[in-house]
Ligand binder design. Sequence first.
Ligand SMILES: Cc1ncc(COP(=O)(O)O)c(C=O)c1O
Length: 443
Amino acid sequence: MPDGTQNRQTNTLEPFWMPFTANRQFKAAPRMLVSAKDMHYTDDQGRQILDGTAGMWCSNAGHGRARITEAIKTSAETLDFAPTFQWGHPTAFDLSSRLTSLFSGDLDYVFFGNSGSEAVDTALKIALGYHQARGDGRRTRLIGRERGYHGVGIGGTSVGGISNNRKQFGTLLPAVDHLPHTHNLAEMAFSHGQPAWGAHLADDLERIIALHDASTIAAVIVEPVAGSTGVLVPPKGYLEKLRSICDTHGILLIFDEVITGFGRLGDPFAADYFGVVPDMMTLAKGLTNATVPMSAIAARAPIYDAFMQGPPNMIELFHGYTYSAHPLACAAGLATLDVFAEDDLFARGKALSPKWEAALHGLKGPPNVIDIRNLGMMGAVEVSARDGAPTAQAFDIYLKCYEKGLLVRQTGDIIALSPPLIVTEEQIDEMISILGEAILETD
Ligand SMILES: Cc1ncc(COP(=O)(O)O)c(C=O)c1O
């Protein structure tokens, strides 16, 4: 069994500038995960930690899946790297075909990156290039949403709407506007699944269009269910309205499915769950079960076609990454799809969702619990902010959960949950019981 304690003795923690982390606090009291298998992490004290968040919304098939590990190993031994600029390798094409056969509508093309952030910035660039290719190059404005998270590239940060993620970085991209977020506790607290209230919030897109004129707007990007901001479930009819307004005005609709893709809602993608086909989808995380970094952009056929002009010897899209469709990632992606099929994980997520919903809503009661929300195998518990110390209460709950052997995710005053889809009903009960205790102890 690997034991991180030696590392802690011999290595200083200082040089690693940790991402999205309170570095000084962490380094004073580190939480080290040293191995993972199925539903559990093991920490450097040898404790088993039940994974309530699929790592970071990403290890959807659970940890240490032998089939995926073997595929990565075989790929590393046979083809450690191959360029995909003017070259190809078979697994890149295999994975593209397998993925597009899963996508709905005419989402027939796939472009690869390495992270959700790259997928988002790629999709935004494709949207801009698409309009230009059609001779409609005035369409350069991008519309995101308040409280949206679209990664940390300059495009994703600009269309993102979490203020802490933006305010350190100046003005960002200029031609960007934001829809209002859909979070309103007075109207939707403790909704089971999609809130009944709030579809009208999509009409704000008409206001933004009236302000800037549709002829200047390239794309709207939203997470179908906003994840990182604390699981904001779209009101009934909201996404359908966005689709219809975008259609009316020739604006591309991008679903950022970095979290919702690969079974999180009990369907392959949120687009399937909601029956709304976007013009592009951004995917990452669950694509390789998070074993090798990889992301993908699914694009509808007319978008690809718009670029396929001019002399056939000319590059059509001046964009790509050295590691686009890296052989190890492609092998991991194919093996992940095999595991999903073997374990019937989409169906499993769907079948477990009612149990998940009931268990989660069982946490209602303590006065500091001000909302519980869920959709598919996502969930969140929002607690009241302590006077003068926003986020402190949820952080204490998160720490208590960790002490008690449960990994949860904290964002603001919200605890978010998204267990691997292999979770059992007993493990759901265990998660909810630990979280319930932690909430009561921090009341
Ligand atoms: C919806 C969404 N988009 C983009 C990203 C960015 O992905 P990455 O951290 O892989 O760059 C995330 C990450 O959590 C996400 O949730």
